[in-house]
Design a protein around this ligand. Structure first.
Ligand code: HEC
Ligand code: HEC
Ligand code: HEC
Ligand code: HEC
Length: 448
């Protein structure tokens, strides 16, 4: 097995903006980056690429991390002070095969030049000598940029497009390009079946996928045709018939795709089949990595000035804050408060404390109230009395409403867009469904 990471793992895409030297954000990211690099070292990794977001950790930090953890970071197109600080390629031997690995970098690197990758990759591939396969790592999100790399000797290319790891790869020039999914929730697994007679790589089992597609179209066509036969109304009949001919066109296309795929499957090739492993809670933690995770979580809490148990007496921030906190609503909205207390919103902060993640800047914003809103908490340690998903997370800051309930009214019926702030379809595992979720949080008889 060859283990690689195509980039964007040290700093997730889009999270690099707040990383200013001296900030706690940057310090947290560095603790996490050290943790990830340490886990790679323990597990053994054959090649890593770093991209634009990763470099936000700081050039010296990344280069020192690579050296300390002996990481095989490959960057064929990076020059600093007239030298290449990182190798562009390497060869590993696995199961009697020689596997060539070539990596590029992207973005801007302090005091260095990131060259256009094409010539650099061509040279790096040439330097590999005789190999059985060339694997490319490109932390690149744009398909056009990756496409160029299909022409310079790479067989299998792994890039940072959010494309699912189980999707059929894209053919780019002579290379097959695989995406790497998002958010590290899956491990992509690509099996290569070498065939002594083959002179090319190509995905296996494509005909099965295309045949399934063909069958679906055939079924839809059949049910449409029976509708046409039963329809009395001539106008509707014409409409159905138009749809039938559209499906007939699709059918012709699907048949030719099956034929092409069958021809492709029959060709002698090194077969490629890609699957994925979900990194869910069912996957047991490796004890030494788990130890490092715990140490990192504690380092984060300490660095943020937080208390592991959050024993600090909660109070609602500065006097001029527009946020009041749920405790101050109970006097006038007893029934709503009672119902809210029975929902998991009322313990959302404790959920993080249980995981030692309440001081984690990737986590706290949705498990607390008003984060990032005017006058709301900006940092985990500012949360204080606004921990949990309180009344004002949905109804908006309401201190002025308490002063004059008859004059100032909070949002009466918070809609789906309010929920989506936190139930974002990614971090929540895509479980959110407004129709089934809403009835669980509305406050009782008056609202049902
Ligand atoms: C001093 C009593 C009092 C307190 C404290 C109070 N409210 Fe109210 N609230 C009222 C009254 C009275 C109404 C109803 C006004 C009406 O009938 O139009 C109301 C109405 C509301 C409504 C419905 C608004 C509408 O347009 O119908 C919401 C939502 C609400 N309050 C939220 C809150 C929240 C959240 C808090 C705590 C931060 C809170 N209230 C604290 C007295 C209070
Ligand atoms: C400030 C962020 C935030 C907002 C806004 C928010 N939620 Fe939540 N919601 C959460 C979090 C966090 C949890 C998980 C709490 C836990 O288990 O610790 C949750 C859990 C839930 C659950 C329980 C899910 C389960 O089965 O365990 C429901 C239902 C729910 N939310 C509905 C809604 C609806 C409907 C809205 C909008 C009207 C909404 N939420 C707005 C953050 C939010
Ligand atoms: C974008 C908002 C958001 C962020 C950021 C967020 N959460 Fe949550 N979290 C939610 C919501 C919403 C739910 C409820 C999901 C549901 O059950 O539908 C939830 C539920 C949970 C749960 C209980 C259910 C489960 O999935 O096991 C845990 C534990 C949790 N979050 C931990 C974390 C940790 C750790 C982080 C930081 C890595 C984090 N959350 C960051 C919104 C968020
Ligand atoms: C997850 C979002 C959410 C949270 C948290 C929440 N509410 Fe609501 N609230 C709603 C929704 C949605 C409605 C509209 C219900 C309807 O019209 O059927 C509502 C309605 C209300 C109303 C109008 C009267 C009623 O009961 O329909 C009041 C008052 C109110 N909420 C107060 C509170 C208070 C006080 C808290 C905290 C103890 C709270 N809400 C927490 C979503 C929320």
């Amino acid at each position: 097995m060859v283990v690689i990471d195509a980039g964007g793992s040290l700093v997730p895409p889009g999270r690099s903006l707040a990383l200013v030297e001296g900030s706690r954000e940057l310090e947290q990211r560095r603790i996490k980056a050290r943790l990830i690099a340490g886990a790679w070292k323990l597990g053994g990794i054959d090649a890593v690429a770093v991209g634009a977001d990763d470099w936000a950790l700081g050039r010296d930090f990344v280069l020192e991390l690579a050296a300390e953890e002996e990481l095989p970071v490959l960057a064929a197109n990076l020059t600093c002070d007239g030298e290449r600080p990182l190798p562009g390629s390497r060869v590993v031997e696995v199961g009697g095969r020689r596997v060539g690995l070539v990596g590029i970098t992207t973005g801007e690197v302090d005091g260095c030049t990131v060259e256009p990758p094409v010539d650099a990759v061509r040279a790096a591939v040439a330097s590999l000598g005789q190999v059985d396969v060339v694997i490319g790592l490109a932390p690149e999100k744009r398909a056009e940029a990756v496409a160029e790399l299909g022409e310079v000797g790479i067989d299998l290319l792994f890039d940072a497009r959010g494309k699912h790891t189980t999707d059929l790869p894209d053919q780019m020039g002579d290379a097959w390009a695989f995406g790497s999914g998002t958010r590290g929730k899956h491990l992509g697994l690509l099996e290569v079946a070498f065939d002594p007679a083959a002179d090319r790589f190509a995905p296996s089992g494509v005909a099965d996928v295309e045949r399934e597609r063909l069958e679906r179209i055939q079924q839809r066509l059949q049910s449409l045709e029976s509708r046409v036969a039963q329809e009395k109304d001539p106008r509707r009949r014409t409409r159905w018939q138009n749809q039938v001919s559209a499906y007939e066109d699709q059918l012709v296309d699907a048949r030719s795709r099956v034929a092409a795929a069958e021809a492709g499957d029959a060709v002698v090739k090194h077969g490629l089949s890609n699957t994925e492993v979900a990194l869910s809670r069912d996957v047991e933690n490796e004890p030494r990595v788990e130890e490092q995770v715990q140490a990192a979580l504690e380092a984060i809490i300490k660095m943020e000035g937080g208390n592991a148990q959050f024993a600090v007496e909660p109070h609602v921030g500065p006097h001029e804050s527009p946020w009041a906190g749920s405790d101050s609503c109970v006097a006038c909205h007893k029934q709503q408060h009672l119902q809210w207390s029975s929902t998991s919103h009322a313990h959302a902060w404790q959920t993080l404390v249980n995981e030692k993640r309440h001081m984690d800047r990737d986590c706290f914003s949705c498990h607390a109230t008003g984060v990032g809103k005017p006058g709301g908490p900006k940092e985990p340690k500012d949360v204080l009395g606004l921990r949990d998903v309180q009344c004002e997370a949905c109804h908006g800051a309401a201190k002025s409403h308490i002063a004059r309930p008859d004059l100032v009214k909070p949002l009466r019926d918070p809609g789906i867009e309010v929920c989506r702030d936190c139930h974002d379809g990614e971090q929540d595992g895509g479980r959110f469904d407004f129709e089934t979720y809403r009835p669980k949080i509305v406050h009782g008889r008056a609202s049902e």
